[in-house]
Design a protein around this ligand. Structure first.
Ligand SMILES: Cc1ncc(COP(=O)(O)O)c(C=O)c1O
Length: 466
């Protein structure tokens, strides 16, 4: 442990207006927010604005944003190129339930960057995209069941909320025979029973599942990395193995590229891992924060649309989202924005390494430089259950301490840090590294005094990740 004096937070976070807003919002919105994932109790953040890699809350506290809205903001907040284009297009009207050229162009760009795709359809959220991809898989194969991996998040529809992110991994059941754990009430047992939980990177368990239920399995849906659990990576050969297994049993492979798409590479994880799925879902980086999303697949699989499978949506392909996708994807195609994102992620990791190594802590960077986690563990994690064995309390304390020092990662170790193009500007990388160093030292010092680091950093427990 370091002996240097620990720098106190640069400034005490102001909370006056946010506390008032929290009290007001709770009268109307459950938990004072529109999403459970943003309900941080007394520490709930109310945002005023963002620009580039920075964000300001209602009290004027400035943070380097490492959440980037859970991943969509790949270029930076309030990107003038995207916003100007969206503004120009939206003046023509946004919602007709008629199809515009913007939608066709957005679809063409999604295909151009993911050349294996035959057909795509836009949706408004990643949740809708995974829901429709699962339905298409069921319709195409005539089978009912979907295999999903523990610790993977595919949105908030009923079929996605099985074995997602329990704090107590014991609830996931026997490692050789995982149980389907519904996240929260209200998910019909009949629906839950159609989703088979498996363990990421564990081919033996997966093969047993297929040997038992293969005739009923329509698809495996997989986040190519555990994007909602520190970005845990596949073992060498894992993606090839699940591709081969699905083919062997006549099931489809769905890549949920909501986090990895247009981020790991222009062609997402399919390009990065050089594996071709049958269906894929996109959102987040597709529209730099506008609600653009899509699902797509080979022409053969997508041929069940439009006649045999229901898909629609009043806002599907609305002009705001479609124009945002057109501009964002054009920038990603024609500039070196993604190379910048990746280089900046590597620079942050290099800086963190210079902080971590002298302190002798066992740590592992999980994920990809564009989207990475920091895990305090001796061995490389391979599945969600490994998260429990890591020192995630130390991570959480550091993350919370960083907020007080002007950088905002998610205060839950499961959510990776997201890099955007604008993080390359100014001294952002250095500021992130020094906020991390000071927060780490504060957390270690608190621990040495037997205090819970989180209490010392002055934050309430964050209920969940996602
Ligand atoms: C991998 C993945 N799939 C699906 C979703 C759901 O997307 P949305 O929040 O747009 O509904 C998310 C959201 O975080 C995600 O990370």
């Amino acid at each position: 442990m370091t002996t240097r004096p620990v720098a106190p937070p640069a400034a005490v976070l102001q909370r006056k207006r946010q506390s008032e807003m929290y009290a007001r919002a709770r009268q109307t919105l459950p938990g004072g927010t529109d999403s459970n994932f943003r309900a941080w109790g007394d520490d709930t953040v109310y945002v005023e604005r963002g620009k580039g890699g920075l964000v300001w809350d209602l009290d004027g506290n400035e943070y380097i944003d490492l959440r980037m809205g859970y991943g969509p903001v790949i270029l930076g907040h309030a990107d003038e190129r995207v916003d100007a284009y969206v503004n120009e297009r939206m003046r023509l009207g946004v919602s007709f339930s008629l199809t515009s050229e913007d939608e066709v162009q957005a679809g063409e760009l999604v295909k151009e960057l993911n050349p294996w795709l035959g057909k795509v359809r836009m949706t408004v959220s990643g949740t809708e995209a995974t829901m429709h991809a699962m339905r298409v898989a069921r319709a195409y194969t005539g089978r009912t069941k979907i295999v999903k991996f523990e610790g993977q998040y595919h949105g908030v529809h009923d079929y996605a909320l099985i074995s997602v992110l329990p704090n107590d991994v014991g609830e996931l059941g026997d490692p050789d025979n995982p149980v389907g754990l519904a996240w929260g009430r209200g998910i019909p047992q009949a629906v839950a029973a159609t989703v088979i939980p498996a363990r990421y990177n564990e081919m033996e368990v997966l093969r047993r599942i297929f040997e038992r239920d293969g005739a009923d399995i329509a698809a495996i849906i997989v986040e190519p990395v555990l994007g909602n659990a520190q970005g845990i990576m596949p073992r060498a050969g894992f993606h090839e193995a699940i591709r081969a297994l699905t083919t062997e049993f006549g099931a489809l492979l769905i890549y949920d590229e909501v986090k990895t798409g247009f981020r790991f590479a222009r062609g997402g994880a399919a390009e990065y891992f050089a594996v071709t799925p049958d269906l894929a879902t996109y959102a987040k980086a597709m529209g730099n924060g506008y609600p653009a999303a899509a699902f797509g697949g080979t022409s053969e699989v997508m041929s069940v649309l439009p006649d045999k499978v229901s898909h629609g949506g009043t806002y599907a392909g609305n002009r705001v989202a479609a124009a945002a996708a057109v501009k964002t994807l054009t920038i990603l195609r024609d500039t070196d924005a993604l190379a910048t994102v990746h280089a900046t992620g590597r620079a942050v990791q290099a800086g963190l390494k210079t902080v971590l190594e002298p302190r002798g802590l066992a740590y592992i960077f999980t994920g990809h430089p564009a989207m990475f986690g920091i895990m305090f563990a001796e061995t490389v994690p391979t599945e969600y259950r490994d998260w429990a064995a890591s020192d995630h309390e130390l991570y959480d304390a550091i993350a919370v301490g960083m907020h007080a020092r002007g950088a905002m990662p998610e205060p839950d170790s499961r959510e990776p840090w997201f890099m955007c193009e604008a993080h390359a500007q100014g001294d952002i990388v250095d500021r992130v590294v020094s906020a991390f160093a000071d927060s780490l030292d504060a957390a270690l010092e608190a621990r040495a005094h037997g205090e819970t680091a989180r209490a010392v950093q002055g934050a309430a427990a964050h209920p969940t990740a996602g």
